[in-house]
Design a binder for this molecule. Structure first.
Ligand code: FPP
Length: 242
């Protein structure tokens, strides 16, 4: 059962599938990385808008377990962009009260990037205004598989009783164990797919699919979606409270 059962007034946790960077760049006759760079700028605007909209948690899908299939140039460019983003945004994020976390499998990421990710998590660990979670080398199925592996290891070590394993147990092994489930998942660029993002956590989320390409997604678009969400009622499969 979700922790926040009942009528929701605000989207406390918003998750975003930032899609459309490539098409945005292509329409301008530019390489795909130009679109990703523009996309990174939007992340900053959206993060900064969260406090005034009552969004305490923002989770963004930056790189999926499937994205390794892209060209070597694009993958390398994205990894470089993540490093650059961390280095150039760190101070701003610390000052803005943003706590940053990363989810996904770090094993396949280059050590320098993992080091910067760890440092940014540490630097922002005292912040409480907004919780920004960036998913890098993340896949929902992969996350559940990794969680199951760790659970099985704990069973083998005698630390966990297999008869006691339930939904809450599995949730504690997920990358997102400290986060509430998302209330709202937004995907830009007109595609109506979940693409392996927060599969377990989004069981009761509302979805909003918008046509806008991510680099064109404005704070105003974000504001509109969040306020529409606030006027909806969620039932979590039960009856609506009056
Ligand atoms: C999807 O658009 C976007 C990505 C795979 C990368 C997302 C990365 C960013 C927005 C920039 C960096 C983010 C951070 C947090 C620093 P696409 O390339 O699939 O676009 P397309 O569908 O039009 O080809």
């Amino acid at each position: 059962m979700p922790k926040n059962k009942g009528i929701i007034g605000a989207a406390e946790h918003v998750a975003i599938i930032m899609d459309g960077n490539g098409r945005w760049a292509k329409s301008r006759g530019k390489p795909r990385l130009y679109g990703h760079r523009a996309g990174a700028k939007r992340v900053r605007d959206i993060v900064e808008a969260c406090p005034q909209l009552g969004v305490k948690y923002l989770t963004v899908f930056a790189f999926s377990t499937e994205n390794w299939k892209r060209t070597q140039t694009e993958v390398a460019g994205l990894m470089k962009l993540f490093k650059k983003y961390i280095l150039s945004e760190a101070k701003r994020l610390v000052d803005a009260g943003v706590r940053v976390r990363f989810i996904g499998d770090r094993l396949r990421l280059e050590p320098r990037l993992v080091q910067l990710m760890d440092e940014l998590e540490k630097m922002t660990s005292k912040n409480t205004l907004v919780n920004l979670t960036v998913a890098i080398n993340y896949g929902g199925r992969d996350e559940v598989a990794r969680a199951s592996r760790r659970m099985a290891q704990d069973v083998a070590k005698g630390k966990l009783n297999p008869d006691k394993v339930n939904e809450q147990t599995l949730a504690r092994y997920l990358d997102t164990y400290v986060l509430p489930d998302p209330d709202l998942v937004i995907r830009t660029s007109g595609e109506a797919r979940i693409s392996n993002f927060l599969l377990w956590q989004s069981a009761y989320a509302e979805y909003e699919f918008v046509k806008t390409l991510w680099p064109d997604f404005t704070v105003r678009d974000f504001q509109e979606i969040v306020s529409i969400f606030g006027s909806r009622k969620r039932r979590f499969g039960g009856l609506l409270a009056s």
